[in-house]
Ligand binder design. Structure first.
Ligand SMILES: Nc1ncnc2c1ncn2[C@@H]1O[C@H](COP(=O)(O)OP(=O)(O)O)[C@@H](O)[C@H]1O
Ligand SMILES: [Mg+2]
Length: 379
């Protein structure tokens, strides 16, 4: 018999030897006819066929079995040279202390991701968080992250500073009563142009860039916000509206997207109203059964005394808030905001947060960390 035949015979003997060895160890099953081999997963098996030696490795997630004993014959040893490295591929874990702080941050977020999976979170996005391109981008990334980990963020935005700037340019008077913008007919037209035409589309574009497809809406889309004229004892506020009714069906149809709602409502005659964005956010949170309502603002949170930075309230109950409002310690834009907080909590929203929108990623910090940064109010 020639060299090739000798080698083939030796390899066949060796394979039979190995199979017997594994069978004895309970690692696989050997067909007595020698025609078919039922290998144990993860264990390389040598099968002899008339003209060649075939090596079959059955891949599996199961743990590797103990390495079989090395062969004795020279031909078997040559085959073994190829098989041995495969048996040594189990990785040894490597410690990376430099990664631990990052891992800790991710792990701290885990219970919150679990708790709020599938939950609706209404976020009022205000002027202060819209001042720089960096803040805009950081806000969009926060919202994209919430969406991608399974929450349902709904954005309600105002745009006061932009409206005031364009009013100045067009020579329209800017006037506020109790934190509400007095809105005559030309101002109402401008409010729609700036809020719906400009700011809403900018936010949608930012979210698109951040990887969360968004849909922009105003109150008239899908009949989302039915408005009526707001009455004020102090002055005629013009086309300043209040929410008469929310019909959230259009938002339910948009579940795959992040809805971005401009705070403009429409009455049954088609007249548009300028509604404070905090007011819309509070009502929408209630109508959607949101777990949280987050109000971004231009201060750290709610102060007992707005002139005393040490009086920041980090957590309080709705009753404390009512007392604070009755005491006269709340002024200007914080009045409609705290009314919206009250409205949301009375409608069953789990918690309301007043958070500094000037701080990048304040939304993430408030949702995903133990302490948060602003004021948290619960019923
Ligand atoms: N007790 C209070 N705590 C915090 N802010 C207050 C308080 N009273 C009045 N404010 C004022 O409310 C403002 C926030 O409302 P606003 O100007 O409408 O901004 P935005 O709507 O962007 O949040 C703050 O800049 C602050 O001056
Ligand atoms: Mg405001």
């Amino acid at each position: 018999m020639g060299r090739v035949g000798d080698e083939r015979d030796a390899a066949r003997d060796e394979a039979a030897h190995q199979l017997q060895h594994r069978e004895a160890a309970g690692e696989g099953q050997h067909d007595p006819e020698g025609a078919r081999v039922l290998p144990a997963v993860g264990v390389p098996v040598v099968v002899t066929v008339p003209m060649a030696v075939a090596v079959i490795v059955v891949e599996s997630d199961a743990p590797r079995l103990p390495r079989p004993a090395p062969p004795v014959s020279p031909a078997g040893a040559r085959v073994w040279q190829h098989l041995a490295p495969m048996a040594d591929t189990v990785p040894t874990p490597e410690r990376r202390p430099d990664l631990e702080p990052r891992v800790e941050v991710l792990l701290e977020a885990l219970p919150y991701i679990r708790e709020f999976a599938g939950a609706t979170i209404v976020i009022k996005y205000g002027g202060a968080a819209m001042t720089t391109p960096e803040l805009k981008a950081s806000f969009a990334r926060d919202v994209a992250l919430l969406k991608l980990v399974g929450m349902n963020p709904v954005i309600v935005h105002g745009g006061g500073p932009d409206i005031s700037r364009y009013s100045d340019r067009l020579g329209l008077e800017v006037r506020f009563v109790q934190g509400l913008r007095v809105t005559d007919a030309p101002t109402m037209e401008l409010v729609k142009m700036v809020l719906v035409g400009k700011i809403n589309k900018e936010i949608v574009a930012q979210l698109h860039v951040a990887g969360a497809p968004a849909v922009g809406l105003a109150g008239d889309d899908g009949g989302l916000i039915l408005a009526e004229k707001a009455s004020s004892p102090d002055a005629d506020l013009g086309f300043v509206g209040r929410v008469a009714e929310i019909d959230p069906r259009v938002l339910e149809r948009l579940r795959d997207f992040v809805p971005v709602v401009a705070s403009v409502g429409v009455d049954s005659d088609g007249q548009s109203y300028n509604i404070n964005a905090d007011t819309v956010a509070g009502r929408l949170a209630g109508a959607l059964g949101a777990r949280k309502a987050i109000f971004l603002t231009d201060v750290d949170g709610i102060f007992r005394d707005v002139s005393d930075p040490s009086s920041l309230i980090s957590e309080c109950r709705l009753d404390d808030l009512r007392d604070l409002m009755a005491s006269g310690a709340v002024g200007t834009g914080m009045i409609p905001k705290l009314a919206a907080v009250t409205d949301a909590l009375e409608s069953g929203v789990g918690a309301a947060h007043i958070v500094d929108g000037r701080v990048p990623h304040s939304v993430l910090v408030e949702i995903f960390t133990e302490t948060g940064i602003g004021t948290k109010v619960t019923a």
